[in-house]
Structure formats: structure tokens, C-alpha cells
Design a protein around this ligand. Structure first.
Ligand code: NCD
Length: 302
């Protein structure tokens, strides 16, 4: 098994590394959700969260993961830093590096930003979402959630719905499930699907057909902030055609699980009753986030 040096893309992982990470996360799951217990893996190490885009789940769970492993954790956002004075990405990264950060968790609106930063710094970089490109720890925590429910991570049918074109979550998940031997379907309006799917996916335009007999249905947020005009006629029309509700989920396997990376637009991507219903694992994904990020940090430094 190769050792984890950084985590910029799912492409850096192989199946045995994924299983090792998820096994470690399984062991951390109780500690992750029990604030009184801490491990000393990152004692004396500094984790810097450098987030150029908004985040609730990812930033908080990296902060908690770092703290549960006894790291010193610092959060940087553009508005309160010299980024707002025009400092470049490379200069900001090198400045943080000069303060001896050990791990830099980066979120940025440009695809490739995390890799660019890794080239400038000594610290180990984790990609927490770069533009349309990748979000590897989200795919890992999704896989953790799936494995917990399905007791397997292979031979499953996973349907990913909605704005695939602008979704780094979709891209990382597709890569991961291609590697793990799951069948991946994508479905959405033509304008929100990649014109040439570079991975092994089955493309659908009809939601019910795409969901038929699926083990996992993953809805995605409409990424309005990354869209040009013409991507989407109206949210109302989108939700009528591609919103997940009871009658759509009825087409899937009876034990289907519904996932969404969050933040959800209720009534657009998923109906509220489904989001809060028994098939929804949206909050389990969030809980998994701390344990999985602890596992990634642990493997980077052990
Ligand atoms: C996702 C992201 O930022 O890519 N959110 C997350 O990390 N949970 C998805 C999104 O913003 O829609």
C-alpha cells in the first residue's frame, strides 16, 4: 500500500488505501462524535484551513478532526486576511508555510488550486474542493456512509442526480466508484451533464429510469454560482423534472439510501419530506465527515 503524502485527487488512492482509510475512520467514529476523547496523533502539529469559498460542513469537520487528533487548528478566510488586500494565492500559501503549518486544507473556486498550492509549500495539502474539479474527502465520507448501510462497497448501483457538470463532488464520487467496481449512473438536464463523460458512467435524462433498482441515490446542489446563463431554464421546471421525492424513490430498491453532500435546496433537489425521511442519510454523511477526515489526517502523519 502506498503511503498518503497529500490528498488532492481520488486518483492518488487505490482500493486498498480506500479500505484502509475507511477502516481507520470506522475505528475513529465513536471518538469523532464524542468530544471528551482525544487522540494524540497530531500533537505539536498545525492544521490550517484555508477556505476561499463558503463552507459549513467541510471546514467545521476538518477543524473538529484536527482538534480530536490534538492538532493546533487555524482558520483563514479571505475577508479577514491579506487576501482581501490583493495577496496572491501563492504568497498566501508561502506565508502560511513559513509559519510551519504541517497540513493545509484548501478550498478554492479555481480547478487545480490545491495542486498549485502543493507545489509552493512544504506542508501537506488536502483538497477540500477546487472549482469544478475534485473534493476527495467528500467522496470518501460518502463511501463510508454507503459501506455502513450496505455492508459492501462493490457491485452497487449508484445514481447521481442533477448538476453533474459543475460538481466536484460528482467527479470525485464517479472516480471512486469506478475504482471500487460500482455501477454509476448520472442523470440530469442535458445542459447540466458533461458533453463527454470522461469516466465509466451510464447517462440518463429520465429520472425514474435512472433511479430504477438503484442502491444509492445521490442528489447534488444546483451550483448557481458556477453557472453561465442558459444552463438552467428555471428552478421550478428543474424540480418538477429532476427533484427527488417519494414517487421517484419508489423506483429504486426498497432499501435505497438517499444522500446529498449539502447544502440542500429543499423543494429543488429533494423534497423536504424525503430529506427528513427514513431513507435519508444526509446527516449521517455529516457525522461521517469528522471520522473520515480524522482518518485522512492520521494516514498523512502516521
Ligand atoms: C459541496 C462542495 O462544496 O463542493 N459541499 C460540501 O462540501 N459538503 C457541495 C456543494 O456546495 O454543493
Amino acid at each position: 500500500m502506498t503511503k498518503l503524502q497529500k490528498l488532492l485527487s481520488v486518483a492518488e488512492l487505490d482500493q486498498s488505501m480506500v479500505n484502509a482509510l475507511l477502516d481507520t475512520a470506522e475505528g475513529f467514529y465513536k471518538i469523532a462524535n464524542e468530544p471528551s476523547t482525544k487522540l494524540s496523533t497530531l500533537k505539536g502539529k498545525t492544521l490550517v484551513n484555508l477556505f476561499y469559498e463558503s463552507s459549513t460542513r467541510t471546514r467545521t469537520s476538518f477543524e473538529l478532526a484536527g482538534k480530536r487528533l490534538s492538532a493546533d487548528v487555524v482558520n483563514i478566510t479571505p475577508s479577514g486576511s491579506s487576501v482581501s488586500k490583493g495577496e496572491s494565492l501563492a504568497d498566501t500559501a508561502m506565508t502560511i508555510d513559513a509559519m510551519n503549518a504541517d497540513v493545509l486544507v484548501v478550498r478554492h473556486g479555481s480547478s487545480g488550486a490545491a495542486e498549485y498550492i502543493q507545489k509552493q509549500v512544504r506542508a501537506r495539502v488536502i483538497n477540500a474542493g477546487d472549482g469544478l474539479h475534485e473534493h476527495p474527502t467528500q467522496a470518501l465520507l460518502d463511501a463510508f456512509t454507503i459501506r455502513k448501510q450496505k455492508k459492501t462497497l462493490t457491485g452497487l448501483t449508484i445514481t447521481i442526480c442533477g448538476d453533474i457538470l459543475h460538481s466536484r463532488v460528482a467527479r470525485s464520487n464517479i472516480m471512486l466508484h469506478n475504482m471500487l467496481g460500482n455501477r454509476v449512473r448520472i442523470v440530469g438536464p442535458k445542459t447540466l451533464l458533461p458533453s463527454e463523460a470522461p469516466y465509466d458512467v451510464e447517462t440518463y435524462f429520465d429520472l425514474k429510469t435512472a433511479v430504477k433498482d438503484a442502491d444509492v441515490v445521490m442528489a447534488l446542489r444546483i451550483q448557481s454560482e458556477r453557472m453561465g446563463t442558459g444552463n438552467l431554464a428555471s428552478l421550478r421546471e428543474y424540480s418538477k423534472t429532476y427533484g427527488i421525492n417519494e414517487s421517484v424513490l419508489a423506483w429504486a430498491k426498497p432499501d435505497v439510501i438517499l444522500m446529498h453532500p449539502g447544502p440542500m435546496n429543499r423543494g429543488v433537489e429533494v423534497s423536504s419530506s424525503i430529506a427528513d425521511g427514513p431513507q435519508s442519510h444526509v446527516l449521517n454523511q455529516v457525522s461521517a465527515g469528522v471520522a473520515v477526515r480524522m482518518a485522512v489526517l492520521h494516514h498523512l502523519f502516521s
